[in-house]
Design a binder for this molecule. Structure first.
Ligand code: PMV
Length: 339
């Protein structure tokens, strides 16, 4: 077994269609969720390990980053892995997109870290389960939504009666349940604001514990999951659009109606929502929006209309947002091991 080594993974963000919002102790979700795995918004993490006694150093983009360290430390502590106690770690991480801007940077960051830790375990000890399942469980401990990022294309996380093998513990790969109409979904992200959010997702999850609409939300998410699974299987873009937009607006409605209520959407976000709905109405194209816990708007559509969408962006979007604030992402192949 190796005593020194390097493991490195690039892991993407994901965008939930049915949103995970609210959790119980141990990062157990209040409701099941389903997401597309992206490909352009990536965290690249490298762990250099050597025999030692559990010391951890963390660098972000080559510099020490004390404000990110507690989350990393907490994840490693919560994993409580015996083999880690005999090693010192140097963790080097970088993102190719703005963190804390509602592009689920925690999903790519925590999944990359979980993949590295699991890979390291494979080198220095042994794995008692399938590699990706273990990585998904560990990513969940770091950040709930991260457990879905370890699988290519799409992933389902959380117990759902109608999906026998589903569990709160980890995500399941969902690629084989997608109709070909959903094999090449594009996600163009309009960066309304790349600043740090003023209310974190953790605070938002917490508010769901005593939220007035808690039980209604659980019922809504369950029903939306069942319908989304069906729409994805049948290649039904109309139902998909209805569900994606309902979920996005419900997520933000829950934030607004919590105690204290808060608002992450900006005037530009609202203008973009109207523009996308107007575009769909005028053209009949299968295009819709979804939104994460932030002000940025994700525009979803199949690759077949990419050129038309591009033309629309060129002529219409300068009224809303500048070209350099669009990240052109798409459903992707999942994490990649470097080297
Ligand atoms: O994984 P967290 O704790 O950052 O929560 C993310 C929750 C949403 O992004 C808003 C929804 C989701 O399912 O990804």
């Amino acid at each position: 077994m190796e005593k020194t080594g390097i493991v490195q993974w690039k892991s993407p963000s994901n965008i939930a269609i049915v949103k995970y919002w609210g959790k119980k102790d141990g990062q157990i979700p209040m409701n099941a969720s389903l997401s597309f795995t992206l490909s352009q918004c990536i965290t690249d993490t490298k762990i250099s390990y050597s025999a030692g006694n559990g010391k951890v150093e963390f660098f972000y983009e080559g510099q020490p980053k004390p404000e990110f360290f507690p989350k990393v430390r907490m994840m490693l502590d919560n994993l409580n892995l015996d083999f880690l106690k005999d090693f010192d770690l140097i963790i080097d991480s970088s993102n190719n997109f703005p963190h804390s801007a509602g592009i689920a940077s925690s999903a790519s960051a925590m999944s990359a870290l979980a993949l590295c830790i699991t890979d390291m375990q494979r080198n220095v000890s042994n794995l008692d389960r399938d590699f990706l399942s273990l990585a998904s469980i560990r990513a969940r401990i770091g950040s709930g939504s991260a457990c879905r990022s370890v699988f290519e294309s799409a992933a389902l996380w959380g117990k759902l009666e109608s999906v026998a093998e589903s569990t709160d513990e980890m995500a399941l790969p969902w690629k084989s349940n997608l109709h070909s109409a959903f094999s090449d979904v594009q996600d163009w992200i309009f960066i309304v604001s790349a600043g740090t959010k003023n209310v974190s997702s953790s605070a938002g999850h917490k508010e769901m514990n005593s939220h007035y609409y808690r039980s209604g939300r659980i019922a809504q998410a369950q029903q939306n999951m069942i319908q989304l699974i069906q729409a994805l299987k049948e290649g039904d873009w109309n139902s998909f659009i209805e569900l994606a937009e309902m979920e996005a607006l419900s997520l933000h409605a829950l934030m607004m109606s919590g105690n204290p209520g808060y608002l992450l959407l900006e005037p530009e976000s609202i203008r973009l929502i109207h523009a996308i709905r107007q575009l769909r109405k005028n053209t009949g194209w299968p295009v819709c929006f979804t939104i994460d816990a932030g002000p940025n708007i994700h525009m979803l559509f199949p690759k077949s209309i990419e050129e038309k969408i591009s033309d629309w962006c060129f002529t219409e979007l300068p009224n809303y947002i500048s070209e350099n604030r669009i990240i052109k992402d798409h459903v992707g192949d999942g994490p990649v091991k470097v080297q």
